[in-house]
Design a protein around this ligand. Structure first.
Ligand SMILES: Nc1ncnc2c1ncn2[C@@H]1O[C@H](COP(=O)(O)OP(=O)(O)OP(=O)(O)O)[C@@H](O)[C@H]1O
Length: 329
């Protein structure tokens, strides 16, 4: 059996004159969770809708379990969880699950799934009367009930309480361990970091970075990274002065903070003109932290938080996609 459950090659989607997915290629393998991340409007939903057969692309090719997207064979092996769920409002939770299970003989049992997503106590309640999080849990259980080979999850834990989120994560891990390919879109970077084996970051309809969460963190939010928030906004000349103090490390503005990156240039190369300063090689974050503290002290600027090293996927994501402006010296 081929390991790739989903293969997207050179996908192109246009809306009128606008190209919203631009030559995108990715593979989702069986037994792995593949996360597709990106800012609002990056093209995630459009890409996934093409793979689900809901939208016809303008170019490129897509193979779903070896079949055309939307074909009967592709749909038979695919589970889809959409954000709005598309659940029948007048039916009870028990009825909805019984129907879903009946459509997939040999799949999971209704009562087991309801138990696992914490809906057993509201099995007799109509969908209309469920809370937003309960509907989300039900949509997730419905997507899982066929034990699909390929499972599309669109923000599966949006709106869920922390217990619900953990239930969903456990079930996703289980499906993946059982050999399903899981394709996950989410804005919760913690969720992607917890679950994903492979992450693709989209921006402007293109993939700007791919790798495991750890690879992306090491590449874009490495241990030489220092993140600092200050009591007040720096004036442009102060920013230039701080950037000059920290050179050749790069000072960037990111979501209300300053981020200093030293040892690992974004290309991953460790030689050439972008090579790390000696201080970076020998315990960069300590040297950078000291330099920032001294500069702030002399400039009379109070530090609110100063965090060195140990980046997260969120830091890597912000570096890749935010309007991160490098402060010129
Ligand atoms: N039916 C449509 N007609 C015109 N433009 C559209 C249509 N659907 C999506 N778009 C545009 O395509 C671009 C990509 O949208 P898409 O929904 O794929 O983004 P996304 O990455 O899923 O965003 P979000 O995180 O907000 O869900 C956006 O600029 C959006 O405005």
């Amino acid at each position: 059996m081929p390991t790739a459950a989903l293969e997207i090659t050179d996908l192109l989607v246009r809306y009128g004159p606008r190209t919203v997915v631009d030559g995108l290629s990715l593979v989702a393998e069986r037994g792995r969770v593949t996360a597709v991340l990106g800012p609002n409007g990056a093209g995630k939903t459009t890409t996934i809708e093409c793979a689900e057969g809901l939208r016809r692309p303008d170019g490129g090719s897509i193979s779903v379990l070896g079949h055309a997207p939307g074909s009967r064979a592709a749909r038979a092996g695919t589970g889809v969880m959409l954000q709005d769920g598309g659940l029948p409002l007048g039916r009870t939770v028990r009825d909805v699950m019984a129907l879903a299970v009946a459509l997939h003989p040999g799949g999971a049992t209704s009562s087991d799934l309801l138990d696992r997503v914490g809906l057993a106590p509201v099995a007799g309640t109509t969908v209309r009367r469920l809370s937003g999080g309960q509907r989300q849990r039900l949509a997730f259980a419905v997507a899982l009930c066929s034990r699909p080979e390929l499972l599309f999850l669109d923000e599966p834990s949006a709106g869920l309480d922390p217990h619900g989120r953990r239930d969903v994560w456990d079930l996703v891990r289980e499906r993946s361990s059982a050999g399903s390919a899981v394709v996950l879109t989410t804005h919760l970077l913690e969720e992607a970091e917890e679950l994903a084996d492979v992450v693709h970051v989209l921006d402007g309809g293109r993939i700007v970075a791919s790798g495991s969460p750890l690879e992306l963190i090491a590449r874009y939010a490495g241990s030489d990274t220092v993140r600092v928030t200050l009591r007040r906004q720096l004036a442009p000349e102060e920013e230039r002065s701080l950037a000059a103090t920290l050179a050749p490390c790069r000072l960037e503005r990111e979501s209300g903070a300053y981020v200093v990156r030293g040892a690992e240039p974004a290309s991953g190369s460790a030689s050439g003109p972008d090579a790390p300063p000696d201080a970076s090689r020998a315990g960069s974050s300590t040297a950078i932290t000291r330099a920032i503290a001294t500069w702030c002290d002399e400039a009379g600027v109070q530090i609110v938080t100063l965090r060195a090293g140990g980046g997260t996927l969120e830091h890597a994501y912000l570096a890749l996609t935010a309007d991160a402006a490098t402060v010129s010296r």
